[in-house]
Design a protein around this ligand. Structure first.
Ligand SMILES: Cc1cc2nc3c(=O)[nH]c(=O)nc-3n(C[C@H](O)[C@H](O)[C@H](O)COP(=O)(O)O)c2cc1C
Length: 336
């Protein structure tokens, strides 16, 4: 199954292997513009035959960067570099998505940082300013503008980053959202920011839409996969096509039982109970392991992170492990 095609809306991926979004911190200045590193890094994985490459967390506002060297999509000036990237990946036969992100209280940039509530991530982190309702509207508009620019730059897929304790995740979790207005208080109101972001993005973007979530807060008062079944149903009702299921990092809790495929069970639960397509991610490194996840019906797509940093041609490695013949890029036919 790993090497069968997969369709989302009007898009058909040539296989189920997705390069997971991974920050490269590789902009050579603070402009957020695509750099030579990105021009080599992403197309290499297209040569390696990944079906979909999701570009790293790309900031919808300058204050929403994880670091000053993050990629950005907060200005029309970013479109040219991102277009170059989509063109390069397309010319090597893969599809390309972008992860739209806002780091919230985890932003490591000069100036004020923002969050739903004025609570620092940990004792070493700065205390963010709580967003006003007006500012919340501006952040939602920034995600929509990011989606418009992603479309203009030729991306095939948008993934909204609602995981890992960044801004959207901070709104969802009761550990970081202590508001008592329309954007916090109970489950419905904590969901509202993500709801509004999805709606605003969909007004600009009618292509495949993914949302990455952290399905477990690993904290006694935090969210669990059962809570995310409800959120996944809501996302499905809003027209989200697939949930990319990660976990943790809204608070500094270490997930227990970190090991091969430790997050796959969350993808499985959301897929079966919310009836939405899922992507599995986290310590998936072997072809047979990926195949088993798909065969078991735990997920529709397999997101590969670090193994694709170690081995840009991991699809070839996995195909060899599974005894599948994978077409080589023409120039590599004699070596594949
Ligand atoms: C260098 C690096 C940067 C990452 N940056 C992002 C990111 O930008 N967005 C995101 O959602 N996850 C990010 N992650 C998490 C990965 O996408 C992936 O979920 C995680 O590494 C687990 O998968 P793996 O075991 O296959 O690496 C990053 C991970 C690494 C190692």
């Amino acid at each position: 199954m790993l090497f069968t095609s997969y369709s989302i809306k009007n898009l058909t991926l040539k296989n189920r292997i997705v390069m997971s979004p991974m920050c490269m911190y590789a902009c050579d200045d603070e402009s957020g513009r695509v750099h030579d590193w990105h021009r080599v890094h992403y197309p290499s994985r297209a040569v390696g035959q990944a079906g979909l490459i999701v570009v790293e967390a790309t900031a919808v506002t300058a204050q929403g960067r994880i670091s000053a060297r993050d990629l950005g999509i907060w200005s029309d000036e970013h479109i040219a570099g991102l277009s170059e990237l989509t063109g390069l990946v397309h010319s090597h036969g893969s599809h390309i998505g972008i992860q739209l992100a806002h780091a919230g209280r985890k932003a490591l940039v000069e100036g004020p940082i923002v969050a739903p509530s004025a609570i620092a991530f940990d004792e070493k982190s700065r205390t963010p300013e709580a967003l006003t309702e007006e500012q919340i509207g501006e952040e939602i508009a920034a995600f929509a503008a990011g989606a418009r620019r992603a479309k203009e730059a030729g991306f095939d897929v948008i993934e909204i980053h609602a995981a890992h304790g960044y801004l959207i995740n901070e709104f969802l979790s009761p550990l970081s959202n202590k508001r008592d207005d329309a954007y916090g208080g109970d489950k419905d109101r904590r969901y509202r920011f993500l709801h509004d972001v999805v709606d605003a993005v969909k007004r600009e973007w009618d292509g495949p839409l993914l949302v990455r979530i952290s399905a477990h807060d690993y904290h006694p008062e935090g969210l669990t996969p059962d809570d995310y079944v409800d959120y996944a149903r809501r996302l499905k009702a809003q027209g989200v096509d697939l949930i990319d299921v990660s976990s943790g990092a809204v608070v500094p809790a270490i997930p227990p039982n970190i090991g091969p495929g430790y997050q796959v069970r969350f993808a499985r639960q959301l897929r079966s109970e919310a009836g939405i397509a899922t992507g599995a991610v986290g310590l998936i490194t072997e072809g047979a392991q990926a195949e088993e996840i798909l065969q078991a019906g735990s997920a529709d797509l397999i997101f590969i992170g670090r193994e694709l940093l170690r081995d840009p041609y991991w699809p070839r490695t996995a195909a060899a492990q599974l005894g599948v013949k994978l077409d080589a890029p023409p120039s590599y036919t004699r070596a594949w």
